[in-house]
Design a protein around this ligand. Structure first.
Ligand SMILES: C[S@@+](CC[C@H](N)C(=O)[O-])C[C@H]1O[C@@H](n2cnc3c(N)ncnc32)[C@H](O)[C@@H]1O
Length: 285
């Protein structure tokens, strides 16, 4: 079949489910992933014809997109901070907002800890995206990461290997942990923070495919992870160590209050590219 016709079929089948631009983006991601074809191929070779074998994965992916399975899970990979990461249903798909958090940490590490061999801990590492991209940029840093999910940790370990960095991973339930190896200069976490009541704002592709364990907290105690991690950070950060969180946009004030209550200093909240309060930084005095 002619490639252009397959693109038309994608639009015919998917435009009712997704925005038109999103369908375009799926199509080009998938022809790159399965056939190593660049997006301008349709301009240069408008009549490019695929063999049955070549078109098969594109039609299989189309069926999965109709079921709203995220394209990153279909391809089994995504990019984060310009690095490739394997992803599957046991890990959250890394988000662009989280890249802003990593860039913030890199800026602060450059300023505050320049020339120091720093120790960093990522709590709830998932695919390992935060820990691994920090390890890639801060070559002298000693990076540890933890998660409660054995399967997430397996994926994170593979990602560290494929990106050629060393991260010490461990399986820990942060809600039950009271000690680790202390003396961290930076602790970072993007913990579960979506309340049950926010489910109605979420798309089916997130709700039905991404792991609940990575996303949800109860409406009654939405800051459960922030509370546990703040207490943990007080015990395990070194003096002048820094705590970074990705946060729930609706709970910025409450998260700030929690950090203040635990006597953290220089608390700052930053917005994401959509203008929502999305991350905090705090210093242990
Ligand atoms: C929002 S995801 C973040 C994943 C990754 N750091 C990222 O930014 O894409 C939260 C992660 O916390 C982990 N998690 C959930 N409960 C946990 C617990 N009690 N202790 C440790 N990790 C937990 C989940 O398995 C998940 O990988």
């Amino acid at each position: 079949m002619i490639l252009k016709e397959i693109k038309n079929i994608y639009h015919k089948e998917l435009d009712a489910l997704y925005a038109k631009e999103e369908v375009e983006s799926f199509f080009y991601l998938l022809i790159d992933h399965y056939l190593q074809l660049e997006r301008f191929v349709l301009v240069i070779q408008p009549n490019l014809t695929l063999t049955k074998e070549e078109e098969q994965p594109l039609f299989e992916a189309l069926s999965e997109l109709k079921l709203q399975r995220p394209v990153q899970y279909i391809m089994g990979k995504t990019t984060f901070m310009d690095l490739d990461f394997e992803v599957n249903e046991s890990v959250l798909i890394p988000r662009p907002e989280t890249e802003d958090l990593v860039r913030w940490i890199l800026d602060e590490a450059d300023g505050r800890f320049a020339n120091k061999k720093i120790k960093i801990l990522d709590i709830g590492t998932g695919s390992g995206c935060i820990a691994i991209s920090l390890a890639k940029h801060l070559q002298d840093a000693q990076i540890s990461a933890m998660d409660i999910s054995e399967n997430a940790l397996k994926t994170a370990k593979k990602n560290a290997e494929s990106n050629s960095v060393k991260v010490d991973f461990s399986e820990v339930d942060i809600l039950k942990s009271d000690g680790f190896v202390s003396g961290f200069d930076i602790i970072v976490s993007n913990p579960p923070y979506v309340r049950e009541l926010e489910k109605k704002e979420m798309h089916k592709n997130v709700l039905e495919h991404e792991p609940d364990l990575a996303l949800f907290v109860s409406d009654e105690n939405p800051l459960i992870f922030y509370d546990a991690i703040t207490k943990f950070a007080k015990q395990n950060l070194s003096k002048n160590g820094m705590l970074f969180f990705e946060i729930n946009q609706y709970l910025a004030k409450e998260t700030e209050a929690l950090l203040l209550q635990h006597h953290f200093l220089e608390i700052e909240v930053r917005k994401d590219m959509f203008g929502n309060d999305r991350m905090t930084k705090a210093l242990l005095g």
